[in-house]
Every structure is written in C-alpha cells, then in structure tokens.
Ligand binder design. Sequence first.
Ligand code: NDP
Ligand code: A1CAB
Length: 266
Amino acid sequence: MSGKKIAIIGGGNLGSAIAKGLLKSGFSKAAEITVTKRNTATLKDLKDQGVQVESDNAKAISQADVVVVALKPYNVKEVLSELRASFDAKKQILISVVTGVFLDDLEKITLPGLPIFRAMPNTAIAIQESITCICGRNASEEQHQYVQKMFDQLGVSVNIDEKLMDAATVLGACGIAYALRFIRASIQGGIEIGFDARTANLIVAQTVKGAAELLIKEKRHPEEEIDKVTTPKGCTIAGLNEMEHQGFSSSLIKGITASMDKIIKG
Ligand SMILES: NC(=O)C1=CN([C@@H]2O[C@H](COP(=O)(O)OP(=O)(O)OC[C@H]3O[C@@H](n4cnc5c(N)ncnc54)[C@H](OP(=O)(O)O)[C@@H]3O)[C@@H](O)[C@H]2O)C=CC1
Ligand SMILES: O=C(O)[C@@H]1CCC=N1
C-alpha cells in the first residue's frame, strides 16, 4: 500500500486501466485515487468501487501527491498550462503516460524543478500485466523507486533513456494491438479448419500465453523454440514458410516502423 494520493487526469482507456490496476494490485486504496474527465458518467464502475471521480482537475491535482496525466497528446498543453498553479514542485510527482510529449515540454508546461516521469504502459495494466518503460528528471532516488515500485505492481517495469520512449510506445503500447490482431487472425483460421469461435479463441489465447511464458520464464530465444516445433517435412514448417512467402515477418516489421514514423512525423 503506497499511502500516497494519486490523481489521474484523463480517465479514458489508459487512465481508467491504471486506476483499475492500482486497485486490483492493492497498491492504492480506492479512497486514495481520484480520476478526472469532463464526462464523468463513463467512470461509474470506478466510482462504485469508491474511487473519487471528478471533473475539476485543479482540485484533484492540489489534493494529490502523485499526478498521472493520461490526456490525449493534442490537449496536454492546453489543459496542463491552465493548472500550473495547482502543482507543488516540492511535494508532488508528475507521471505522464502521454505519447510524444517530452520531459522538456512537460516541465515547461508545468513547473521548473517538478519531478517528472514519462511512463509508457499498455492496457494490460488493468490486470497487472503491463510492460511499462520509464524515464524521469528532477526526481530523488526515493521518488524513482516509488514510481518503479508502482509500475512493478502493475506488471513489469524497465528504465530507459527518453530517446527510446517513442520506440517503447510502439513496441509495448501499440504492441498489445498487434498481438491481438495476430490472435484474431488465428481464430479466423481456426474457425475455417473446424473450431467454433469460442474454442478457437481459447486455444489461440492459451497458445500465445504459453509461447510468451517460454520466453519470459525460460529465457529462450524464439527461434530455438520454433526449431522444437518444426518437424522435418512436417505441417508447422509448411505453414510457417507459406506465412513468410506472404510477407508475415516483413509486414510486422513494416507495421512497427509505420507506427514509429507516425509518432515522429505526426
Ligand atoms: N490507449 C493506450 O493503449 C495507450 C495510450 N497512451 C497514451 O495515453 C493517453 C490517453 O490515451 P487513451 O486513454 O487511449 O485516450 P482516451 O481518449 O481514452 O482518454 C483521454 C481522456 O481524457 C479526458 N479528457 C479530455 N479533456 C480533459 C480535461 N480537460 N480534463 C480531464 N480529462 C479530460 C477524456 O474524457 P472527457 O472527454 O470525458 O473529458 C478522455 O477520456 C494518450 O496520450 C495516449 O497516447 C499510452 C500508452 C497506451
Ligand atoms: O495509438 C496511439 O496513438 C496510442 C499510443 C500507444 C497506444 N495507443
């Protein structure tokens, strides 16, 4: 239990997922979390669990020890610059999960010297299974440890240089969507070869989980594990090679670089 009051500014997809993860992990009590957005009706689930729901950002920030900003990139400047007076550089930490807004910009928009972190989680944060890449400035060792502990409760965290934050957004945050599209396509294939949708979903999701766990728990290289599956002249290599002829790896790599270009060039 952290004991700190956390205000999440922008309770949309990611902001709400963070609140859910904080509750589920026991890192925060419901009464310690405030989530803001203009239309608070969509936060009913969180409100029913005891989370404070608010449309007054200034009030939420001034009562918080930790401010998590989960606004859309295009309205961060407009919203935060009006809230400058609510921040306290001596007592607070700002954590931004906003894509493409630099520590420099965040400090200019808010207060000089404010301890500021950028964190890039993904939506699996709602079930404590995120990978979260973190960088920060102006923070004490204790504040760094607090932020890392917070995201470790919500999955796994890794400290990176800010220059890799856009790449982290693509690989980790967008990556959930890429993985789910792989899963959905596999389910479609599974239905075509005979399974009902529900059974295909279970088989594919558990298979993907197993593949990931082999890498995470056993620290294996993907190709080492693929070699164990590909019986000579067998059906796996026939399928894999056909996928490659159709551009499977190439399309993924091109998709990843297209996402990266979108962040950099807009
Ligand atoms: N979704 C994801 O998987 C990830 C998203 N991100 C980043 O997180 C940020 C949020 O993304 P996401 O959650 O998907 O976006 P959403 O649009 O779902 O959430 C943004 C929320 O901000 C609220 N909002 C808008 N204006 C204000 C305001 N003035 N005060 C308070 N709240 C406001 C909106 O609600 P209302 O209109 O009711 O005010 C909305 O719910 C983005 O910067 C994104 O790049 C990063 C990693 C992963
Ligand atoms: O698509 C987006 O722009 C955001 C950033 C990472 C995930 N969703």
